[in-house]
Design a protein around this ligand. Structure first.
Ligand SMILES: [Zn+2]
Length: 320
């Protein structure tokens, strides 16, 4: 499998207040990418400047960050052509890597605007290199800027920041430093294209972790009534798990605890594979539908105890 390390620059609707355009809040103006082989060695690069088709001047706050002139962009190619070239260049059997979470969403939003989404079916499994860096070098929670990480790792700073190809190259350099242990079980899933029905439901297994992106429901309450969503089992063997009771808790079966209006937590135990932590997040779509992202994963005792504590705090809050 190849890795496509992608970075985009986009313009913001410069007339957002008076003429909002929810279909395209950000128009992509540059695509940069670095292709790495399965050993994370550089194979090729891709770069396109994009001639804007929707917004005809660069919004001031964008201009302060990205140093692109509108004149320069007029030499670019229209987005549909750039997107097709890019997807062709990616070829087959690849995984995207980006810095933080937004790039793939904006790529798909722009492709949808031009009716090109068939070229890139989702949901998309990818590596958020900012997150991987945090797990590999820090506490897993901290999120740092690309520039800060390049400086922390003492990697060569030979180009400017905030241009697509140089940021993609910097992201690739950081990705090359990530310990291999973090390439399994730390994938992210972009759900811009969420499954509509049962047959499109998306299952993903990696590094002792199982993920389900469910079909859509008309209202939030119905999501948790679905047996596949609320089902709890071991992500390794698929077997039934036992509850991990807190004091005074005599449940026979593991169950979900609601931790906020849209998220649930469960902690249980597989007799063979150890502690299992589950999380469900209910997502709301632009079309006013609801779906669930469920993750079941094996956790160490320390993390299980932290989750159990969280569960207790939640119960107290609810006055139980
Ligand atoms: Zn098991």
């Amino acid at each position: 499998m190849k890795y496509i390390v992608l970075d985009l620059e986009w313009n913001q609707n410069p007339n957002e207040k008076r003429r909002p355009n929810p279909m395209l809040p950000f128009e992509i103006i540059e695509i940069g990418a670095v292709m790495l082989d399965e050993n994370r060695r550089e194979m090729d690069t891709f770069h396109r400047l994009i001639k804007p088709g929707v917004y005809h001047w660069i919004q001031d706050s964008v201009h302060q960050v990205i140093h692109i002139d509108y004149k320069e962009l007029r030499k670019g190619v229209p987005f549909p052509q750039a997107a097709e070239d890019f997807i062709n260049w990616c070829g087959e059997d690849f995984r995207f890597c980006t810095w933080a979470k937004q790039d793939l969403t904006e790529l798909q939003r722009n492709m949808k605007y031009y009716y090109l989404l068939d070229l890139l079916p989702g949901p998309l499994i990818y590596y958020d290199v900012q997150k991987l860096y945090s797990f590999s070098f820090e506490d897993g929670k901290e999120r740092r800027s690309l520039k800060a990480v390049i400086e922390q790792l003492n990697l060569p700073k030979d180009q400017g920041f905030h241009r697509a190809l140089s940021d993609a190259a910097y992201t690739a350099r950081i990705f090359q430093q990530i310990d291999e242990a973090y390439l399994k079980g730390y994938e992210s899933v972009d759900v811009f294209q969420n499954p509509r029905d049962k047959k499109e439901e998306f299952h993903f297994f990696s590094g002792g972790q199982e993920r389900l992106i469910s079909r859509e429901f008309g209202n939030r309450e119905r999501v948790m009534c679905d047996k596949d969503i609320s089902g709890i089992h071991c992500p390794v063997c698929g077997g039934e798990t036992l509850p991990v009771p807190a004091e005074g808790d005599d449940r026979k079966k593991p169950s979900w605890f609601m931790t906020s209006a849209r998220s649930y937590l469960q902690i249980s135990r597989c007799p063979e594979h150890g502690f299992v932590a589950g999380r469900i997040r209910i997502r709301h779509t632009q079309a006013d539908k609801y779906f669930a992202v469920k993750t079941l994963r094996i956790v160490e005792e320390q993390e299980m105890l932290e989750l159990l504590e969280k569960q207790e705090m939640w119960k107290e809050k609810k006055g139980k």
